[in-house]
Design a protein around this ligand. Sequence first.
Ligand code: MTE
Ligand code: MO
Length: 396
Amino acid sequence: MSVYHPFMSNQTTRRDVLKKGGLAAASLGVLGFPEWALPALAQGETVVPFTDLPATPINLTPTVDRRIIDISKIAGPITPRDAFFTTQHYGHPEVDPVAWRLKIDGLVDRPLSISLDELKKMGNEEITFGFECSGNRRPLQGLSSNGRWTGVRLRDVLEKAGLKADAREIVFFGADKGPEEVEFRGTVHKVEQHFGRSLPREKALTNEPMLAYAMNGEPLTKHQGFPVRLLVPGWYGVANLKWLTEIHAQTDPFVGKWQARWYRTLRGEMINGELKWTENSITHMRPKSFVARVTKAGNAHRVFGVILNDGTPIKAIEVKVDNGPWQAAQIDSATREKFGWKFFSYTWNGATPGEHTVVSRVTQADGLVQPTVEELANKKTFLEDNSQHERKVNIT
Ligand SMILES: Nc1nc2c(c(=O)[nH]1)N[C@H]1C(S)=C(S)[C@@H](COP(=O)(O)O)O[C@H]1N2
Ligand SMILES: [Mo]
């Protein structure tokens, strides 16, 4: 990803943050921080900039179809629709919502062609779902957001079409397409391909995957896949296929570029005492947390950050300053939804002037702990980087 938002200045004030998030003023606790953990800055609270960012700021200006969020400005649990991070591979396709039809074909008893109005009548389930692009990583961590989505359960649509018993793989195609070069044993084939992804039947028939037509109570924007996108709550961004036009049921696994080649992780794992190199496709989010900002109010400091995972309950979120012990941080009670991102905050008492490092780590109820950079050393491709991200600040 080469285009980003500009870095915020050091002068970000409570007003700037409130302007973005539209949050009401909070009652202030003894330390001058809001009693509730919502992330808007309190009166007089200022951001202490990270000093680990590259000396030459990365150009963060959004383009017509890409937007990276500035994590130091996150202003509320739900990301506004025009601030939601966005990216894709083939740009934005032109979709006429009147002519648009969702086709369901392949191994089904009743092939369907559903208009937008018909689809909306099939359901209006709601879910809060926050996701990150599987390529989200340091130093910016700006490829994630959280929305409140409305749509129809995928399962209901598949049941209406009647999946045949041998339909083991459900393939999704977007309206967007582009030229691809498919290399096979030395020969390069030039073809035009739609963006395609798949889900195994068992996953597709759970309660969770959704065909979403609205976010935050409004129709999807073209960035978000207007008129309809697939959402797979708990999975990385790439699974949430935008501008959906076709669902194709088949027996064999789908190994298209965006499923099997581009989006995969190569890592060395100890299996039965032997280092084995495995490649996996990108599915559910691995437990991750990152510090989004450190703030100062008077002499008090606060560390605020974000947790993303696949919906597995969270056992602990901790913060470490310099070489000190891991200390428990608090999860914001306004961010408790299973698939939503979660906010944490930690009151940093007795911060002394000078350079310090702050880092967070999340632990799931199933025992999985967010790994250190060293523990991920055997992951060779940059996707699924959920390593602990140490930040530097200079306390004055
Ligand atoms: N049709 C289509 N869907 C797509 C993509 C794409 O290129 N085409 N990109 C995926 C990737 S890699 C990500 S990270 C998310 C981004 O979703 P957003 O733009 O709503 O944030 O869309 C996913 N869905
Ligand atoms: Mo992505």
